[in-house]
Design a protein around this ligand. Structure first.
Ligand code: AMP
Length: 439
């Protein structure tokens, strides 16, 4: 099956070809003809399946063919986060580079002024987060009465984030006659309800089994006392030659602290979370993508939808409380067929969370102790919070409770379990010097 067989125009085929895509992914093979035929679509697809192109390509084709005059937006893509809006917007521009269509991203965290100016100039496609979109409607900057095609991207996450009322408000502003596409990584009763109210006789497309992790991702758990996690992470990054690692923490504060600690260990790192300004988040992501920063430490919400080509390593520094978030997290790696490794550092108090994740996955995650780390006893601070542990470590009396891990270098000659080797075909970091993180 080729893209040409799906009925896409020459301009779109050129753009797809320039991306180096040789054949459509399964979601693209099914969704593109369905959308082109004008049907509503309900698609179960995770990030990494090629879902963005699955709705963007036929959307662009529809817009070039539709004859509606004027410069009011005719397609609207709603996304849960700014990052995802930015990435979808980028995809729209990439795939639409040979078409005379204008796209605009609308999200919060940046001034309204520039978005307003561009709206006045006229746009064909809006990619927006619901809140900021409604702000523009409220200020009279935006008329949604000519929308012909609506896409809800990562609808499950939008509901998780409490956007249902905003979504319903947006729906009331749209004309009744339109095509609707709903993309969701998981299905819940709420998603089914939303779909029932929104979609007319939809074509259902399911490409990945529900809640299953991408099959190209190898998953491993390292048992480790909480207070030794940071040392183990630095060790894994160094000895494994990991040169692009996305690390998840549960809290914004934890993300900041870990990024600083890694920097102190000589590993370039940046943190990305909701308390950072949009500029800082964009910069951190750009530095991570370019290799200027080796480690990006993120919270779940900030990392949602991040599109980083062939991300080789994802580390769960702390397991998420919600098992589904584990699937979302590891979905950042092994994308579109590329290999990837997902590593979880599991402290004794997180064993229950791991068991919940295994139940959701329907299989065990291999647990691999690392000599020199996993056999370190938890200190008196073992089950304490990391902040408390940091305090104890700084206090002279606490030092004797904090044995220094025997960091196993490659040349130590020990026969301990090797950290995840670099996926095949990736080049080593080669020790190239990188500027320090700017955020
Ligand atoms: P998405 O699921 O939309 O986030 O896409 C995941 C990644 O797959 C992106 O980096 C795309 O550039 C890439 N991709 C999308 N379609 C294809 C394709 N047909 N062949 C190879 N890579 C693709």
């Amino acid at each position: 099956m080729s893209f040409a067989e799906l009925g896409l125009s020459a301009e779109l085929l050129r753009a797809v070809d320039a991306q180096g895509y040789t054949q459509p992914t399964p979601i693209q093979a099914q969704a593109i003809p369905a959308v082109l035929s004008g049907r509503d679509v309900l698609a179960g697809a995770q990030t990494g399946t090629g879902k963005t192109a699955a709705f963007t390509l036929p959307m662009l084709q529809h817009l070039t063919q539709s004859k509606t005059p004027g410069r009011l937006p005719r397609a609207l893509v709603l996304t849960p986060t700014r990052e995802l809006a930015a990435q979808v917007g980028e995809s729209v521009r990439t795939y639409g580079q040979h078409l005379p269509l204008r796209a605009l991203q609308i999200f919060g965290g940046v001034g309204m002024g520039q978005q307003t100016t561009q709206l006045r100039r006229g746009v064909d496609i809006l990619v927006a987060t619901p809140g900021r979109l409604l702000d523009h409607v409220g200020q009279g900057n935006l008329d949604l009465s000519k929308i012909e095609l609506l896409v809800l991207d990562e609808a499950d996450r939008m509901l998780d984030m409490g956007f249902i009322h905003d979504i319903r408000r947006v729906l009331r502003l749209l004309p009744g006659e339109r095509q609707n596409l709903l993309f969701s990584a998981t299905y819940s009763r709420e998603i089914e309800q939303l779909a029932t109210g929104l979609l007319r006789n939809p074509q259902r497309i399911e490409v990945a089994r529900r809640n299953t992790a991408a099959e190209t991702v190898s998953q491993l758990a390292y048992p480790i006392a909480r207070e030794h996690k940071r040392a183990l992470l630095s060790h894994l990054i160094r000895t494994g030659g990991w040169d692009q690692v996305l690390v998840f923490t549960r809290t914004k504060h934890g993300a900041n602290r870990l990024a600083q600690q890694l920097e102190r260990d000589g590993i370039t790192a940046a943190a990305i979370h909701g308390n950072k300004s949009q500029g800082a988040r964009t910069r951190a992501l750009a530095d991570f993508k370019s290799g200027a920063v080796r480690t990006l430490v993120a919270t779940d919400i900030a990392a949602r939808g991040l599109d980083i080509d062939r991300l080789p390593y994802v580390v769960n520094f702390e397991l998420p409380n919600v098992a589904e978030d584990y699937v979302h997290r590891i979905g950042r790696t092994g994308r579109a067929g590329a290999e990837g490794a997902a590593v979880s550092l599991v402290s004794p108090d997180e064993r229950g969370l791991l068991a919940g994740i295994e139940r959701l996955l329907g299989r065990r995650v291999q647990s691999q102790p690392i000599v020199g780390f996993s056999d370190l006893p938890a200190t008196a601070a073992g089950e304490a919070s990391e902040a408390e542990h940091d305090r104890r470590r700084q206090a002279p009396a606490g030092r004797k409770h904090h044995p220094r891990p025997r960091v196993e270098g490659r040349d130590s000659g020990r026969g301990d379990a090797k950290p995840h080797a670099r996926p095949r075909g990736r080049k080593a970091s080669g020790g190239r010097s990188r500027p320090r993180a700017t955020v």
